[in-house]
Design a protein around this ligand. Structure first.
Ligand SMILES: [Zn+2]
Length: 301
């Protein structure tokens, strides 16, 4: 994984080096025996999704409006993948950043009230404790999960918690302190789908700067052909790619991940992907299709 990131990090818009998985974690044989994707791609919004070719283009060459907005029924945004509440997210946008910082009213160490100022030597507005003087930094959170392949299908969970109650997701959630990203993805899969999995390779890293999240999704397979809904899921089901409920997914990150996966399967080759999901200005946070995928880079596994 580290190698993959390092390779990606040194390229501005495309990746030519191959990412090689560990020798004992080779990719599974790619199931290219899926049905033709004609029906899959007949879904209107998918026609509007960026093609792999357009994803290769430098950011400035990619149209900012790449997907037609569809008003999904989800009530919340990507900001809470595991149902926990959060304050306003950090962002490179000064306005959003400031509002997030201003939501921090009290010091997390001593409970003292905070003031909001730009510390000496820094450039960003921070919450600073007026009692102990500590600066409260906000940093992005990492969300980890698994894309589980089983008999030419993928495993999705129907959320039994808010946000996005009743919508479908890959098993994923916030990484905990003390665990690796891979361990976290395996844990989340067990929690949400009671499924014991073996991670095969990293599949996608998706940054969502607006809400301060990075998704890291791993390809995985079931160790045993058993799964069932965990406490946060009302249902777990295997979907063929023709049947993935793209209009009933929980978050934009899931739309992007599953679209990338479908494209890779269609092309007969799985890749590692990096991309930045930017919400289109003026759209609802709950509109999971109102995004652009920028700086998409990919390497062959
Ligand atoms: Zn304090």
């Amino acid at each position: 994984m580290l190698k993959a990131i390092q390779i990606l990090g040194c390229s501005s818009s495309s990746v030519t080096q191959r990412w090689k998985p560990l020798s004992n974690q080779g990719l599974p044989s790619i199931a290219i025996s899926f049905k033709p994707f004609s029906s899959f791609y007949s879904i209107p919004f998918l026609k509007a999704l960026p093609t792999m070719d357009s994803w290769h283009l430098p950011k400035d060459s990619v149209p900012r409006t790449q997907s037609r907005p569809i008003h999904a029924s989800s009530a919340c945004s990507d900001s809470n993948p595991d149902g926990t509440s959060s304050s306003s997210p950090p962002s490179s946008s000064p306005a959003v950043q400031s509002s997030g910082v201003r939501n921090i009213k009290f010091c997390q160490w001593c409970g003292g009230p905070t003031k909001h100022d730009i510390p000496e030597g820094e450039e960003r507005l921070r919450a600073i404790c007026t009692v102990c003087g500590k600066i409260i930094y906000q940093n992005p959170k990492m969300v980890v999960g698994c894309l589980i392949q089983h008999e030419n299908k993928v495993l999705l969970c129907k959320r039994k918690i808010q946000p996005s109650y009743g919508l479908w997701t890959l098993p994923a959630g916030y990484l905990e302190i003390g665990e690796s990203a891979m361990e976290g993805a395996i844990r989340e899969t067990m929690e949400e789908a009671n499924a014991e999995v073996e991670v095969l390779s990293p599949f996608a890293q998706l940054d969502i700067p607006l809400i301060g999240q990075t998704y890291l999704i791993f390809l995985a397979k079931l160790k045993k052909p058993h799964f069932s809904p965990g406490p946060e899921s009302s249902e777990c089901r295997l979907f063929s790619l023709d049947d993935v409920p793209f209009n009933s997914l929980s978050f934009s990150s899931m739309v992007v991940t599953l679209s990338m996966y479908a494209e890779d399967i269609k092309a007969g080759r799985l890749k590692f992907h990096y991309g930045i999901i930017n919400k289109r200005p003026g759209t609802s946070p709950s509109d999971i299709h109102a995004y652009t995928l920028d700086n998409h880079m990919q390497s062959t596994c």
